[in-house]
Design a protein around this ligand. Structure first.
Ligand SMILES: [Zn+2]
Length: 313
């Protein structure tokens, strides 16, 4: 089974623990996603998030984002065989030469410090996707945990329109509900890289049915995520079976062709039993094949993401 994973925080960890002995090409000490384990599990492409945590002063956020871009090119690309994916040609290389690809994504516009220049620079450095917020407010919009629940700011609108011009993908995971609907008024490709269904698990990071329907109508994608608290209302009880309930629900809303996966590996401490690291994707593949026809499972694990990026990059 071939896989694409729509979200991981490897770059954050490589930046956060420079002396931690973390090695993307090593045996996986301290990392959930490594090249050898990903390859063994059939991963053909991984999306790598650039994430600047809340405890970094805003004045240093841009610097930290650039340092994570550097980690990507030095420790993930240059050190081994990973193909950076920035263009349709580079995406094609993955299947033609059977290589593993990596796509850069920014999680939270905080790092842009309210500057479209910073967005353009990141775009030229190969960042093809932006999630407007993490959980809280920034210059562009409010995140889902921000009490007032505001939508896009004026800068947020400008940012989205510049992203559209630069042919970047917009990721609505973490965004406030109002921000979500503001984005839906704009004309650019939209995904939720790592979010589940709120009808199945009531955490507010999950998507409501009308949001799922809107993403389906837009031909966006929903990356089913392995974060236990987004899978089951009692995170300690979350299982692979519960994950399948989210898939089932999105299918019931007409989303069969809009389902994909976004693990959030390396961004989570707690794991679903059986899904502790990227190497376990092959086991999830086996579970999926027990329940669903092969042509659908292949779509969810690879083809939906692949076709989406092929059409957008
Ligand atoms: Zn996240």
């Amino acid at each position: 089974m071939k896989w694409m994973d729509g979200h991981c925080d490897v770059l954050y960890k490589l930046w956060k623990y420079p002396e931690g002995g973390l090695d993307f090409y090593g045996k996986g000490h301290g990392l959930d996603v490594t090249y050898p384990a990903a390859r063994r599990a059939g991963v053909g492409m991984q999306v790598f998030a650039i994430f600047v945590p809340e405890d970094v002063p805003r004045s240093q956020a841009w610097q930290v984002a650039l340092e994570q871009v550097d980690r990507f090119y030095e420790e993930v690309v240059r050190k081994g065989g990973l193909q950076p994916v920035r263009t349709p040609e580079e995406l094609n290389t993955l299947t033609r030469e059977n290589r593993m690809g990596g796509l850069l994504s920014l999680e939270g516009a905080d790092a842009l410090q309210g500057s479209l220049r910073h967005l353009r620079i990141l775009s030229r450095l190969g960042v093809r996707q932006v999630g407007l917020t993490w959980n809280y407010a920034n210059e562009a919009a409010d995140g889902i945990e921000e009490e007032r629940g505001g939508g896009l700011t004026r800068f947020g609108r400008e940012l989205v329109r510049e992203m559209q011009r630069l042919r970047m993908v917009l990721d609505v995971s973490h965004l406030s509900v109002r921000g979500f609907w503001d984005v839906m008024e704009e004309n650019l490709p939209v995904i939720a890289s790592h979010s589940n269904a709120r009808a199945i698990c009531s955490h507010r990071r999950n998507l409501m049915d009308d949001q799922i329907r809107a993403l389906v109508d837009r031909k966006g994608l929903i990356g089913i995520t392995f974060v236990p608290k987004f899978v089951h209302d009692d995170p300690d009880a979350a299982t692979v079976d519960d994950l399948l309930k989210h898939i089932e629900h999105i299918c019931s809303l007409g989303g069969e062709e809009r389902i994909a996966f976004g693990s959030d590996f390396d961004g989570i401490e707690q794991k679903i039993p059986g899904l502790e690291h990227i190497g376990k994707l092959s086991l999830l593949g086996e579970e999926l094949l027990k329940r669903y026809p092969e042509h659908l499972v292949k779509r969810w694990t690879w083809t939906n993401w692949y076709e989406f990026y092929a059409g957008q990059l």
